[in-house]
Design a protein around this ligand. Structure first.
Ligand code: GLA
Length: 404
């Protein structure tokens, strides 16, 4: 072989992956990525938060023993090693009245040792504690006072207890717009000097994606999820509209996970988890992890799907094609890779095709594929699309990589 030819071949070997990668990135960047937004200055939420929240399974039936046991289970189940870190109290942790100085206090029948002791325990397990309040005069359960007008006092209380996360709800607000109410708690949290993840929960009422990226680390885009298929997919659709507004430090939140609560099939829970992962939604488990079934734990523990959610690029994947009751979702990942999710909403199994054109990959580009639920590299390389059989209400999820 002529020396010039050898040099050319060597150069191709070295530079081709870079070119492939650049091609993937630039086409996807153009089609899927929008401007980065100004972020909250607390430095938190570089990737979507992961953890657990009490509401979906326990509602108001919470107490300190349950929370301690949940922290223990988070560690013993191996979930904490995958990044599930926050143990979040929702509504009903507080007494119905403030103390004589106007401070919020824990309901003594349920949390006799107080929240500081609970935070210390959760921290001793290597985890973080979240708490809940409301940008109104009463929380949604009507069982505890809200923080409206008391933001600085309550933020200082939370910080003094060692709280790491605040979910801030929207009940009892006298009709005042969220835009007027939510930034006050942001300022109050900043003033404490403690980094506290700030999760806005105004249910998408005032299109928070358009104004909250420098107020909170995440914002709900929907009303409450219920443990059934229709509720779950409708939340995914609502959340999808705001994809371009999410990014590191500020995420769209389609509500907490129902995986493990028993109202959907295993197949449906897999789809639920995959959708939340590709949408870069917070992964907050909403079931009883102390007694979780093995197959449900397996879903929440799929590290490859978690890896898509926690990818450093932080770009929310979105629905790029709907055909009948089948859908293709896609989003760019770091290293020029692409996450693809095929979802079948129909009553019969179907073969779904994800075209390069739809998912923003240049025509004729060869890619390799990894199946994230079967934990397998596929044997072939693909040039213009990838096709897979998807069962009713099921999904297939792949990471595509240029070259191969
Ligand atoms: C609202 C929120 C829920 C939960 C309940 C608690 O409905 O959207 O996520 O926090 O209040 O009462």
């Amino acid at each position: 072989m002529k020396p010039a030819l050898i040099v050319l071949l060597l150069a191709m070997l070295v530079f081709a992956p870079l070119v492939w990668s650049a091609e993937l990135n630039s086409t996807l960047t153009a089609s899927l990525r929008k401007r980065r937004h100004k972020k909250v200055g607390n430095g938190l939420g570089g990737t979507p938060p992961m953890g657990w929240n009490s509401w979906n399974h326990f509602a108001c039936g919470i107490n300190e023993q349950l929370i301690r046991q949940t922290a223990d289970a988070m560690v013993s189940s191996g979930l904490s090693r995958l990044g599930y870190r926050y143990i979040n109290l929702d509504d009903c942790w507080a007494d119905s009245s403030r103390d004589w100085q106007g401070n919020l206090r824990a309901k003594s029948s349920a949390f006799p040792s107080g929240i500081k002791a609970l935070a210390d325990y959760v921290h001793s397990r290597g985890l973080k504690l979240g708490i809940y309040s409301d940008a109104g005069y009463q929380t949604c359960s009507k069982q505890q006072p809200g923080s409206l007008g008391r933001e600085y006092q309550d933020a200082a209380t939370f910080a003094s207890w060692g709280v790491d996360y605040l979910k801030y709800d929207n009940c009892g607000n006298n009709g005042v717009s969220p835009r007027t109410r939510y930034h006050v708690m942001h300022d109050a949290l900043v003033k404490t000097g403690r980094p506290i993840f700030y999760s806005l929960c105004e249910w998408g009422q005032d299109n928070p994606a358009t104004w909250a990226s420098n107020v909170g680390n995440s914002w709900r885009t929907t009303g409450d999820i219920a443990d059934n298929w229709n509720s779950m997919v409708s939340r995914a659709d609502l959340n999808n509209q705001w994809a371009s507004y999410a990014g590191p430090g500020h995420w769209n939140d389609p509500d907490m996970l129902e995986v493990g609560n028993g109202g959907m099939s295993v197949e449906e829970y897999r789809t639920h988890f995959s959708l939340w992962a590709i949408m870069k939604a917070p992964l907050l488990i909403g079931c009883d992890i102390r007694s979780i079934r093995k197959d449900y734990l397996g879903i929440l523990s799929n590290w490859e799907v978690v890896g898509v959610n926690q990818d450093s690029l932080g770009i929310q994947g979105r629905k790029v094609r709907t055909q009948g009751s089948t859908e293709v979702w896609a989003g760019p990942l770091s290293g020029g890779r692409v996450a693809v999710l095929m979802v079948n909403r129909g009553y019969m199994g179907w073969s779904i095709n994800a075209n390069w054109q739809d998912i923003g990959i240049k025509q004729n580009l060869r890619v390799t594929a990894r199946d994230l639920w079967q934990h397998q590299n596929l044997r072939y390389t693909y040039t213009n699309g990838i096709r897979a059989y998807v069962p009713s209400h099921g999904c297939r999820m792949f990471v595509l990589k240029p070259g191969g």
